[in-house]
Structure formats: C-alpha cells, structure tokens
Design a protein around this ligand. Sequence first.
Ligand code: PEP
Length: 255
Amino acid sequence: MENRKLVFANWKMNLDIKSSLRLINDIQKANLFFNNLDIVIAPPGVYLYEISKFLEGSHIQLSSQNVFYENNGPYTGEISPQMLKDVGCKWVMIGHSERRQHILETNEMINKKILLSCNNDLNIICCVGESYEERRQGKTFNKIGDQLKRALRDVSANFLNQIVIGYEPVWVIGSGKAAEISDINEVHDFIFDQLKLMYPDSKILPRIVYGGSVNNANISSIMTLNNVDGVLVGNASLDCDKFCDIVLKVGNSND
Ligand code: PEP
C-alpha cells in the first residue's frame, strides 16, 4: 500500500438512487485509471448494494460511511462489517466529525469499530481533526494525538496497510475554504511522527489524507505536501466534472 494515493468521495446523506447511479455512471465513463491511485466512493448506505452491482468489474471501490462494532445480535438499525462485505464494500469510514458531533460517537466506539473492521479485512479511513475553538486555543496537536492513540488502541501493526488516517479540521468541512497549506503540512507531519512513535518497528504506516473543502482549485497545492497521500472529498464529489478533475490532478501528482 505504501506510496499509493487515495481519493475518497464522501457523499454523506445526499442524492437519491437515480442521481447516485447517474453520477457513478458519469464517473465510470470518464475512465480515470492510475496504477498507483485508489478511487473510493461512499454513497448513502441504502444505495450500496445497487451501486456495487453497477460497479462490478470496475476499479472504483465502494465504502460505507459507517459500521457497527459487533458481528450480529440485538443491535437494531446497525450494520456489521460482514454485512457490508456482503453488499460489496471494501472500505468503511469511521469517526467522521459529523458522526462524533451528531451521533455522539466516542473514541472508544471508534476504536471498537476499527478493531472489528480490521479483523474482517475491510480497509478503513479513520477521521481525526480539531474544532476551531481547539485550534484557537493551541490544542490542535493534543487533540489529534489523543484521537489517534484512542482510535488505534490495541490495533496490531499487521493491520496498518488497511488503515488510512483522514485529517479533517472540523470547521473547514463544507465551508468552501480549505485549511491553510502550512497548517495542513504541519498537522500531517505531526500525524506521521505520532504514527512512527506508536509503531516504531513497522515498515508500513497508515496513509494520511487531507479532507475539508478540497476542490479543483486547491488540490494541486495540497498534493505537493510531503505527508499527504491523497484527499477526502465531500461537496466536490457530488459533481462529476469537479470530482474527476480532482482525481486527475491527484493521479498526476508526483510522489
Ligand atoms: C467531509 O465531510 O468529509 C468533507 C471532506 O467535506 P467537504 O469536502 O464538503 O468539506
């Protein structure tokens, strides 16, 4: 997995089945393929099965936006890693700040979800990020270091090639303006250093991607940064032209 880049589309709770299939179809038609690039799309959960049928044979991979931390049982409304695999998912997104905020997802829940997803051979994108208030108070590194340690508690180094860390400064998400390049650079370096400290003997470390108002105007400068292995895209992933332009620019960026 080392040096592979990633473009991850988070559609959130948007689109209906018709427009989802149309968007997937348009992205497919753009025929974007790069040897060293993973393209992953996370549509709303209820559309996963239909989209996975549509994507059969495609290099575009499918992700869920969430997963539960038990295999089965009395957990009304929840979906297990195995169930996600049954409908064609290769990826799960865990710990998005919107879930931390609105569903009150805790670091402990996130850790349990990561452990079970690892054991089920799913690839994981785990989101971390500070709030505006935390940044203003100089608590960014404390916050992200803590989220990383708790999310990856008891995760063995054998699973690190399945894991991607998504750095998403919370206030920047959906704002239309990405974080400052120097801030992205500093936090990605910090995350890389933390991962090295947590797994000193591991040759492979999780990839680190940036998310938060990524668009076709800022993507090229973001991809010049050292410890940026790709991007997590929300709003811009709902527009075929904008999304494909981002994929092209990431695919053509130098390592
Ligand atoms: C996100 O919520 O994961 C995200 C990256 O959103 P946006 O690109 O819209 O800021």
